[in-house]
Design a protein. Structure first.
Length: 358
């Protein structure tokens, strides 16, 4: 009975330690997996388990985590190209910057579910509620709408290019809102002045200025700026000084169920986001809405995206950086000892069975 118990327990140890033994047999030269994006596109196969590898990818430093394991501190990173299926664990030294990581990782590749820290990794990264945006062209968006490929709960981002320009007039060059307004009025174009100015550094306006006339308009605003006091000039960009004209884009977050198409137009609710402007009586006025919905031409879409939550994949992989096959030699030696003990006990059981048969 003791021989059977020892053999069963030894077999359990042999199985649980076999991953370390398999990794010990890899040799000292890492397998170059290339870029993470290419690897993910090919598929993360089971042949990656317990491999000594080198992998290049983009670390998600915004959601980096640290954990204390005994006397060691380990940093855990998600590789952006892998979504929730590719991670790296790096030893961190005291005082090292928590948001500075290289884009190349060399070490032991393991299944996430084989790592004892997996429950903690899953809890942390899922708790971060990470969302990635998958870019869609206008044609892809329309095709998805027509084919019903979008779930009603899918979140879409729509970036609309407005026909107007945003004007920013520095508060040092234009000492009052009245002075800035007079300079904009001198352009002789329809414009709109927001009631609440969003920046303490400059005044904001919107104006219907064609793209090919914006450089000339900016030069005219610069000429209207008040001279700078002595010592105020600087070679560094300063939003408080001069004038700037930039394109005006609006972005909307829309549930797929609320987005409708009618020919070459799209309709969706805008919430508190600016709907843009129309020219009315020689002035810019906020674009009217119909039941809180904005209608835009498909041609005005600058881009679109599908927001996708990122969750940790149980079948994903993690690179344990700086863990080499040679580090597992004690485990390999212990595995051989256990193998010998199991073999000895099995030999004793076989001899006992033969004696009883005799």
């Amino acid at each position: 009975m003791i021989d059977v118990a020892v053999a069963i327990f030894g077999a359990y140890l042999l199985v649980t330690m076999f991953g370390d033994v398999r990794y010990f047999m890899q040799g000292s030269t890492p397998r170059d997996l290339g870029d993470a994006a290419t690897l993910v596109e090919k598929g993360l196969g089971d042949d990656l388990r317990e491999q000594f590898v080198t992998l290049r990818g983009t670390p998600d430093v915004q959601h980096a985590a640290r954990a204390k394991l005994g006397e060691k501190t380990i940093g855990y990173l998600r590789l952006i190209e892998g979504g929730g299926s590719l991670f790296a664990a790096l030893p961190r030294t005291p005082g090292s910057a928590s948001n500075q990581f290289e884009g190349q990782f060399t070490g032991r590749m393991r299944r996430l579910s084989d790592v004892r820290m997996f429950p903690w990794i899953q809890q942390y990264f899922d708790g971060e509620h990470i969302v990635e945006t998958r870019d869609l062209s206008s044609a892809q968006l329309l095709a998805a709408l027509d084919s019903g490929a979008l779930a009603p709960t899918d979140q879409l981002s729509l970036n609309v290019e407005q026909p107007d320009a945003r004007l920013q007039l520095g508060r040092t060059s234009f000492p009052s809102l009245a002075a800035a307004t007079a300079a904009v009025q001198a352009l002789g174009v329809p414009h709109f002045t927001p009631r609440e100015q969003p920046s303490p550094a400059f005044y904001t306006f919107f104006a219907r200025i064609p793209a090919d006339q914006r450089a000339a308009a900016q030069a005219k605003l610069t000429e209207a700026a008040a001279p700078l006091p002595p010592g105020e000039a600087s070679d560094k960009p300063d939003a408080r000084i001069g004038a700037l004209i930039v394109p005006f884009f609006t972005s909307y977050l829309v549930p797929a169920a609320a987005l409708t198409r009618d020919g070459d137009t799209l309709s969706f609710p805008v919430g508190d986001t600016s709907p843009g402007f129309i020219v009315e009586d020689g002035k810019l006025s906020p674009r009217p809405l119909t039941d809180g919905r904005l209608t835009v031409d498909v041609a005005s879409l600058r881009g679109a995206g599908r927001l996708q939550p990122v969750n940790v994949d149980v079948g994903g992989h993690i690179v344990l950086v700086d863990e080499t096959p040679a580090d597992q030699w004690p485990t390999f030696a212990l595995w051989l000892v256990v193998l010998g003990v199991v073999g000895w006990n099995l030999t004793g059981l076989v001899q006992l069975w033969r004696r009883r048969q005799a």
